[in-house]
Design a protein around this ligand. Sequence first.
Ligand SMILES: [Zn+2]
Length: 157
Amino acid sequence: MKRNDFRYEYEVEERRRKNELYALRTLVIDLIPEPYRSAIIPPHTDNKEESIRWFYNTIEKVIELAEAEATPTDEVIQRFTGWNDTKRTICPLCKAETGQGFIFQNKSYSVGFTLPLGFRRHLSGHGSSEGCEVMEVVRNLKREIHQEKWPNEIIPF
Ligand SMILES: [Zn+2]
């Protein structure tokens, strides 16, 4: 086997993996229920500035949708934690909680992320909270779409 044969095989394998990754990323997004799915589908037409703006606008849109569905903090949680001024949400995209759930009178309570601050940190991956795995997929898909069109540009998010 000549050296070029290895190179050709490597390129074929690389392309196969890239196509598979693209399919998996779009599948993750397809599995998200509406209205969130429509909110997170990355457009294919944005330039660099629009791509950056799109990502942060998408985070705000997801927060807005979650806020519309959130109910005030459960009375038992308020008594248990002293929190009484904020709504919380479990991530509607990846189903992550904060990890601060607790059991009270044999019932399990999930406390979720504070709205909007804690949830924004989760979606953007900033701050100390664990980042959202679905938003990470969305972010990487957006980068990939952008680099297909502008191979020399890197989107800083
Ligand atoms: Zn999440």
